[in-house]
Design a protein around this ligand. Structure first.
Ligand code: TYM
Length: 334
């Protein structure tokens, strides 16, 4: 089986972008691959976090993975910081990373503009940590949303550079991973502006649907979300980004094809479509939300899953870390 690795930051609630871009495709392909899914708490602290919220966020994110259908029998589920190799490899790779490769990362530039003087060093080295998360497990594929594409390219560049530099006469330390980006849902847009992506950091709560939003909240957010004055509903009209976005969500929650969706709702008005979309979304999330509640009520089960997951992940990660150290000359006493 091919191996995949991926993770989500435990900051705030996970939303439909995280779900359609990442988690849903992890679940849909779970039997096909050898899976490693982690909650990236070390990435979360690249921007200021309230420690209490972060702690709760890690548990909520892990519970969301399981509730969405990740099965610990089939996938290794763990917390990034529980496997020490992530932080350790990050240092080794940081020393092998040209600083200008990091300075041109789009997400760094965007966040830096927002945070101004207070920008932490971790925000700059963030992609090296992400590269370590990936390279430690020697995966074939990394299922992510469109916004992570550049980080994946950097990961591949770092792997190649490291192998070229340090593995001339030895087996290559790192494997070259490919991004796996879904066709539909790779870039879910904000409910209040169809030209910007749905994001945890958007201050407008109505801009996103969280996976744990109650039916009333989902209905309200969809009732108020941005639409347009056109007749009927259609895909891919560049003047109607909100329309394509809402149809994409409808398609994902109903499991229908684009054509089926067009036939069913193409002639509808917004007033008819919005409640239909709200009902379908609520129905789709119902089992996830029920499981989420159950999982959070049994912390000993969740703790065991995360402990076992970290142990299994550590076996693979420690081996790769050992190779990387050996290649660089940071070796144990032998
Ligand atoms: P994060 O936490 O921002 O997002 C988690 C996943 O959700 C996807 N995503 C979206 N997909 C579609 N539409 C959206 N509006 C949307 N918003 C977010 C992201 O592309 C991502 O797949 N650095 C990563 C986490 C990470 C990681 C890794 C991923 C750390 N190490 C190793 C893969 C492999 C991040 O901040 O994702």
């Amino acid at each position: 089986k091919k191996r995949i690795v991926s993770g989500v930051q435990p900051t705030g609630n996970l939303h439909f972008g995280n779900y359609l871009g990442a988690i849903k495709q992890w679940v849909d392909n779970q039997d096909k691959y050898d899976n490693f899914f982690f909650v990236v708490d070390l990435h979360a602290i690249t921007v200021p976090q309230d420690p209490k919220n972060l702690k709760a966020g890690v548990i909520n994110a892990a519970a969301t993975y399981l509730a969405a259908g990740i099965d610990p029998e089939k996938s290794k589920v763990f917390v990034q910081s529980h496997v020490g190799a992530h932080a350790e490899l990050t240092w080794l790779l940081t020393c092998a990373t040209p600083i200008n490769w990091l300075e041109k990362m789009i997400q760094f530039k965007e966040k830096k503009t927002k945070q101004g003087e207070n920008v932490g060093t971790g925000l700059l080295t963030y992609p090296v940590l992400m590269a370590s998360d990936i390279l430690l497990y020697r995966p074939d594929l990394v299922p992510v949303g469109e916004d992570q594409r550049q980080h994946l390219e950097l990961t591949r560049d770092l792997a190649r550079r490291f192998n070229d530099q340090f593995c001339k006469r030895r087996r290559k330390t790192f494997k070259d991973p490919q991004a796996l980006i879904v066709k539909e849902g790779a870039r879910v847009m904000s409910l209040t502006d169809g030209t910007s992506k749905m994001s945890k950091s958007d201050p407008v709560e109505g801009s996103r649907i969280n996976l744990t939003d109650s039916p009333d909240v989902i209905a309200k957010k969809l009732r108020r979300c941005k639409t347009d004055m056109h007749q009927g509903l259609e895909w891919d009209n560049p003047d109607r980004p909100e329309c394509t976005n809402l149809l994409t969500i409808y398609q994902a929650v109903t499991g229908k094809t684009r054509e089926e969706v067009s036939l069913e709702v193409g002639d509808m008005s917004w007033g008819t479509f919005k409640p239909l979309l709200a009902d379908a979304t609520v129905e789709h999330l119902r089992p996830l939300q029920a499981r989420y509640k159950d999982i959070l009520e049994d912390r000993s089960y969740l703790n065991k899953v995360l402990r076992d997951g970290a142990e299994a992940a550590d076996e693979v990660a420690s081996e790769t870390l050992g190779w990387a150290k050996e290649a660089m000359g940071i070796s144990s006493l032998k």
